[in-house]
Write a protein that binds this ligand. Structure first.
Ligand code: FE2
Ligand code: FE2
Length: 359
């Protein structure tokens, strides 16, 4: 049997008992009730017997930013090769969703222990159940499609630091805003684009849960931030910035691309030409993508969430700008802090409707 278990990761976490059982944050209690009511069962509610529809599967995006399945080199490949590329590329991406879900499962379980408010403990308990179901269904889908691929290094780093921190607010921000924000953004895009019926249905169920998890983060964190002193707030801002930089930094992009290419190295394709073709045709293949999609997960969702929660001071906004300016088309974010701030969209009023593309 191959070793599949990682060595122990030591975590420091303070456990908080709460002896008052009264509800003190109504909006969290309501979210908890909603979480209980909307439980679903992966085994019962998804049609696992259906075969994956290969023709429809090709529309599944394998990158979160540039849709390289639209470039002319990709489209010139024989149908069989395109299918293999789509299958393995998607399995690689879905595997990272799966590993992220395992991290979310463990962080949500830690939050039950660590958060001080009873309503927040209740909610984290429903999220723990949700994340277990997400691990279950992603693993099962990948097994039908291909095989589970290893976790990307930067994702593992962010999960480790979120699990390891002893500060429950850092855990909450790392998971509920940064990791969940990226996941929500990616699930939304994949759900919109894929025409494969089983994957679309799976992502519909998962995305509805994730929208609720994001709402938990926003509701709870925006209540807690005003109680923090300047030094604690700055530390929290920096924790979120660092996690975002690790997850979407250019090292991560390059690492992801290298790992993805590794999974297709035995196919008869010219990898250099594929990359060059994407580079040449970048403007054409991204034309028509909604602006929010072009902004990407950090500018499109993580920063708007931080702003809403009171975690986007001018100090940290400048650091986001400087970091993103090196990675994005300047037309999208502008070259000054002012234009950058103006380019950040507001949070959707109804995240559940947004994630399902209804608004
Ligand atoms: Fe999840
Ligand atoms: Fe989640």
């Amino acid at each position: 049997m191959t070793a599949t278990q990682e060595p122990d990761l030591s975590t420091a976490m303070q456990v908080v008992y709460q002896w008052s059982y009264d509800s003190d944050i109504d909006r969290l209690r309501n979210l908890y009730l909603k979480g209980v009511e909307l439980q679903w069962a992966g085994e019962r509610d998804l049609p696992w017997d259906t075969q994956i529809d290969m023709a429809k599967f090709e529309s599944t995006p394998i990158s979160s930013t540039v849709p390289f399945e639209r470039c002319s080199y990709w489209r010139s490949l024989p149908e069989e090769t395109r299918w293999e590329l789509a299958r393995r590329g998607a399995a690689f991406r879905l595997s990272n969703f799966l590993h992220g879900e395992q991290g979310a499962l463990m962080v949500a379980a830690q939050l039950v222990n660590a958060v001080p408010h009873m309503d927040a403990k209740f909610y984290a308990a429903t999220q723990t159940m949700d994340e277990a179901r997400h691990v279950e269904v992603f693993a099962r889908y990948i097994e039908k499609l291909d095989c589970v691929r290893p976790i990307a290094g930067p994702l593992k780093d962010v999960l480790d630091s979120t699990l390891a921190t002893g500060n429950w607010l850092h855990k909450l921000v790392g998971m509920q805003i940064v990791v969940e924000g990226l996941a929500l953004f990616a699930f939304r895009r994949m759900r919109q684009m894929t025409e494969e019926p089983l994957l679309k249905e799976l992502l519909t169920y998962v995305s509805q849960d994730e929208a609720r998890h994001h709402a938990y983060g926003v509701t709870y964190i925006e209540q807690c931030v005003p109680t923090l002193g300047d030094a604690d707030r700055e530390e929290l801002e920096d924790f979120a910035l660092h996690a975002s930089q690790v997850l979407v930094g250019s090292n991560n992009e390059q690492g992801l691309m290298a790992a993805l290419l590794e999974t297709i190295s035995d196919l008869d394709i010219d990898v250099v030409e594929l990359i060059e073709c994407v580079r040449r045709e970048r403007d054409d293949i991204t034309a028509g993508m909604p602006r929010i999609q072009q902004l990407g997960p950090v500018s499109g969702l993580v920063i708007p969430t931080l702003r809403r929660c009171g975690l986007l001071s001018e100090r940290v906004a400048q650091r986001y700008h400087d970091f993103l300016a090196g990675q994005m088309d300047p037309k999208l974010i502008g070259d000054s802090l002012e234009t950058f701030m103006a380019s950040i969209p507001g949070l959707p009023e109804d995240t559940a409707a947004w994630v399902l593309g209804e608004v």
